[in-house]
Design a protein around this ligand. Structure first.
Ligand SMILES: NC(=O)c1ccc[n+]([C@@H]2O[C@H](COP(=O)([O-])OP(=O)(O)OC[C@H]3O[C@@H](n4cnc5c(N)ncnc54)[C@H](OP(=O)(O)O)[C@@H]3O)[C@@H](O)[C@H]2O)c1
Length: 273
């Protein structure tokens, strides 16, 4: 899989990871849970490693911990999770709980979920990074109504990562957020690359355009992910899935050439976006 450097360290990060919001919130014993080792295997087999979670995602952190313990591949994974609560002490308690559930003494990336009480948590994250409890720190959001605050934090604070929504039908981040992240040397993880799934549902009955083959895409998922990866500020995209066949499809967007932004100019209008 293609990789891109994390600006603050130069470490290479594979461009497609997995989001665990709904797909990994499954009870052991269920059919949906039984499908998850296959999702993880498909990601690793393609050369991917990024798992994104949060204490907001039900059992997802615990599931990741279980699956990586079962396959013995914790050290091959890049685990990103989040703090999503108010207060410094409560934030520390929640992050300790995440580490227990993820069975990891060190988290690769700790993000402040939706900027909730970010001033309090950022102090903790800088301290934990210095002590080696986390490797990178960042912030996340998922809606353009929060971009003014996202931009203010990006300008004022040293961050390793920004996680933000960006998709064919959610392009507001192109205006200021993505250029600012690039200017500030902040890695970008794209969440909701399928608009939370709505884009996939809307395009399901539309035939794939002939030009998809020019950029090596055989599905809408690959095309939508290559669109996101075309933005030069983007480091990695994390499509959410709990299905092996979807992961196998999604990771293919991380192979081969990514077209330049100019490629999409006339194509977007033709698609109705
Ligand atoms: N504020 C935040 O920090 C924030 C907010 C939102 C999301 N996130 C993160 O970003 C991740 C991605 O966002 P998301 O999960 O909300 O939305 P998304 O990635 O835009 O869409 C997920 C949907 O796409 C479907 N899908 C995935 N691959 C597919 C394929 N190849 N073909 C057809 N359908 C496919 C999934 O269904 P199946 O499960 O059936 O495959 C799921 O319904 C989340 O999981 C989470 O980790 C963070």
């Amino acid at each position: 899989m293609n990789t891109r450097p994390i600006p603050s360290s130069g470490e290479a990060l594979p461009v497609i990871g997995v989001g665990t919001y709904v797909g990994f919130d499954q009870a052991p014993g269920s059919a949906a849970y039984a499908a998850l080792p296959g999702v993880v295997e498909a990601l690793f087999d393609a050369g991917g490693k990024v798992f994104d979670s949060s204490p907001m995602y039900g059992r997802a952190e615990e599931t990741i911990g279980e699956l990586l313990a079962a396959n013995g591949r914790r050290d091959d994974a890049f685990i990103a999770t989040k703090v999503w609560t108010r207060g410094k002490a409560e934030g520390m308690r929640q992050m300790e709980a995440s580490m227990r559930l993820l069975r990891s003494e060190r988290i690769d990336l700790m993000q402040i979920h939706n900027l909730v009480d970010w001033r309090a948590h950022l102090v903790t994250l800088h301290g934990w990074k210095e002590r080696g409890r986390i490797r990178y720190l960042g912030i996340t959001h998922y809606t353009s109504s929060a971009y003014a605050e996202v931009e203010a934090v990006l300008r004022a604070e040293p961050l390793d990562f920004l996680q933000i929504n960006y998709a064919l039908d959610e392009r507001e981040a192109e205006r200021r957020v993505l250029p600012l992240a690039a200017e500030r040397g902040v890695a970008v993880i794209v969440n909701r690359p399928f608009g939370g799934g709505g884009l996939m549902r809307r395009l399901a009955n539309t035939p794939l355009p002939a030009w998809a083959a020019e950029i090596g895409c055989t599905s809408w998922a690959q095309l939508l992910l290559k669109f996101v990866l075309s933005h030069p500020a983007v480091t990695c995209a994390i499509p959410g899935t709990g299905r092996r066949e979807h992961m196998e499809d999604d990771v293919r967007a991380g192979l081969g050439e990514v077209p330049p932004p100019a490629f999409w100019k006339d194509k977007l209008a033709a698609l109705g976006y």
